[in-house]
Design a protein around this ligand. Structure first.
Ligand SMILES: [Zn+2]
Length: 139
């Protein structure tokens, strides 16, 4: 009784020229994507940012932060916002928990400091309105 499996079926493990071409294409695409996102990321940290200061949903001020922006402190009622080398923070606040003060410095688009008790928000955003706050949309 012969139960041995036929050994004639050989799996070809050597890549064909097509496989190499596809692999090269995938690698090139990955490199292009990586460069795209890296350059975008670099742009969002070093480019101009818009700092929006708002309270109760009302915009108090919009400050454009550039590389040459002067360091300054701005007072909004009981809140003091400090700007230093493109970084921004709530320096002092009247709230009890001081969570917003403890949040510390923000410097990237999309970051924000929120004081819930006072409904006081400092948000950093990219000045380009077409720039979505997400990288990839999966449908
Ligand atoms: Zn607070």
């Amino acid at each position: 009784m012969n139960t041995s499996v036929s050994r004639k079926t050989k799996v070809c493990l050597r890549p064909s020229p097509w496989d190499i071409l596809v692999a090269a294409l995938v690698l090139a695409l990955a490199a292009a994507l990586a460069l795209f996102f890296l350059s975008r990321a670099a742009g969002s940290t070093e480019g101009d940012l818009v700092c929006t200061v708002s309270q109760n949903g009302r915009i108090l001020e919009e400050i454009t932060l550039t590389a040459g922006s002067p360091d300054q402190e701005k007072r909004y009622g009981d809140y003091v916002v400090e700007i230093n080398h493109g970084h921004i923070r709530i320096k002092s606040a009247p709230c009890v928990g001081q969570d917003c003060v403890h949040t510390g410095w923000i410097h990237r688009s999309g970051q924000s400091v929120v004081c819930l008790p006072g409904r006081f928000v400092v948000t950093l955003s990219s000045p380009a309105p077409a720039d979505p706050p997400f990288d990839i949309v999966v449908k």
